[in-house]
Design a protein around this ligand. Sequence first.
Ligand code: THU
Length: 160
Amino acid sequence: MGKKIIITAELEELTFNELSVEDQTLLTEAKNISNSAYAPYSNFLVGAALVLNSGLVIKSNNQENVSFPVGVCAERSLLGYAGANHPNDPVKTLAIVAKRRGEDVWANVSPCGLCRQTISEVEMRFNQSIILLILKPDGNVIKVPGIQSLLPFKFEDLNS
Ligand code: THU
């Protein structure tokens, strides 16, 4: 019989008021930028905002394409911009929210596989875990301490 390996991940669920002011601001910025998502095909409007170690906050949203796979998620759009424009400033926290066009309630969202791998790369680049804040429809927030919790047993080394 093979050896069973169990991988565990601990996430935290917090009310909005239990978050720090910085984290609350990030979620608010993510909500704001979700309104200008370019999502005419899915009508699923995603907003992402991050704070760098320096304290600078930047945000982005999903940008779709008539050739569907060409579209870019909010998280990757944002992390690409951060890496290009702030190459020496590590990403501290990344907030993600989503809403279906025309609906009042926030939708369930969680980074896709490509975005998880991208977040992993940014963590490795700066040797620093990225805290994720994910808004739930009930208004509570899932706080993830780093991508390891969402992407266990990940590909991270070409030489081992
Ligand atoms: N999407 C994101 O931007 N981020 C996520 O975390 C989940 C999905 C986008 C991709 C596509 O534009 C739309 O949401 C529907 O999948």
